[in-house]
Structure formats: structure tokens, C-alpha cells
Design a binder for this molecule. Structure first.
Ligand code: ZN
Ligand code: ZN
Length: 145
């Protein structure tokens, strides 16, 4: 049996399965939803739009299919730090995204990120993403490479 969380994208409305660990650390996230709840930024693998999502946006599910996040050469979720629009601001925002064919040994917070991530990040459209100082972030400038 696999446990997973299903997210319906706020832009294209396509459902995507994420590992149940996707919500780790959400309570420490500086990002807030429009209703003031702690949120994490997640990139839709289909349309590449990034929105803040709260815990209840990620419905817990289980089934008997193989877990694509546990297979060698399967999918992994990475948290990518991006630079604030205010280039002098030290605060970072984090975006979580699925990368295919990359097996992360340590999971979401692996410090070694796949080399394909900066290019993936350039294709993102950000919505309502802010740094911890509440400055808007409108472009995904990756910094930990
Ligand atoms: Zn989408
Ligand atoms: Zn900032």
C-alpha cells in the first residue's frame, strides 16, 4: 500500500500525487495563504504554475499501486530556494517540485539538487509567492546551485 497526497492545481485543475512527506515543515513555512494559514509553494508538473497551498489542499489518499516516489529512477520531490525580487533581501522562498528520474536519498530537503532544476524553475509562473519579509517574488531565480 502507498500513502500519498493529491493536489489539484489552482491553475489547470489537474490532480498530481505527492509523497505524504510533502507537508513536512509546513508549520514553519513563512508563506501564508490568502486566508492566513501556513502554506507551502508547490509547482504543478503539468502547467508549471506555482501557488501557495495549505495542508487541506493536499488530500491524503492510499491505494495499492506502486509508489513512484520509492522506485529507483522514479520521481522525487525537491525544495528549491529562490531569491526575493528585492535582490538585497536575504530572505528566501522555497518551492517544492517533482523531478522525474532522480532518486533523492535524503528526500525533500536533500541539499544536492538535480542539475535539471534551474531550467525547470525558469519555466515556472509564480502566483502569490512571498519571502519571509512579505516581499513579492514574481520570478524563480534559483540560488542554491
Ligand atoms: Zn497545473
Ligand atoms: Zn524579500
Amino acid at each position: 500500500m502507498r500513502l500519498f497526497r493529491t493536489l489539484r492545481c489552482k491553475n489547470c485543475e489537474k490532480p498530481t500525487d505527492f509523497p505524504s512527506s510533502i507537508l513536512l515543515g509546513i508549520e514553519r513555512s513563512p508563506l501564508r495563504s490568502s486566508t492566513g494559514e501556513p502554506a507551502i509553494a508547490i509547482a504543478c508538473p503539468e502547467c508549471k504554475h506555482v501557488f501557495p497551498y495549505i495542508g487541506s489542499d493536499l488530500r491524503l489518499n492510499h491505494d495499492d499501486n506502486p509508489d513512484q516516489f520509492a522506485l529507483p529512477g522514479g520521481k522525487s520531490v525537491f525544495a528549491i530556494k529562490i531569491q526575493c525580487d528585492d535582490m538585497s533581501c536575504e530572505s528566501r522562498a522555497e518551492v517544492r517540485a517533482i523531478v522525474e528520474n532522480e532518486l533523492s536519498k535524503k528526500g525533500i530537503f536533500d541539499t544536492k539538487l538535480p542539475s535539471t532544476l534551474p531550467e525547470l524553475a525558469r519555466s515556472w509562473t509564480l502566483h502569490d509567492i512571498r519571502c519571509a519579509e512579505s516581499h513579492p517574488i514574481t520570478a524563480a531565480r534559483t540560488i542554491n546551485f
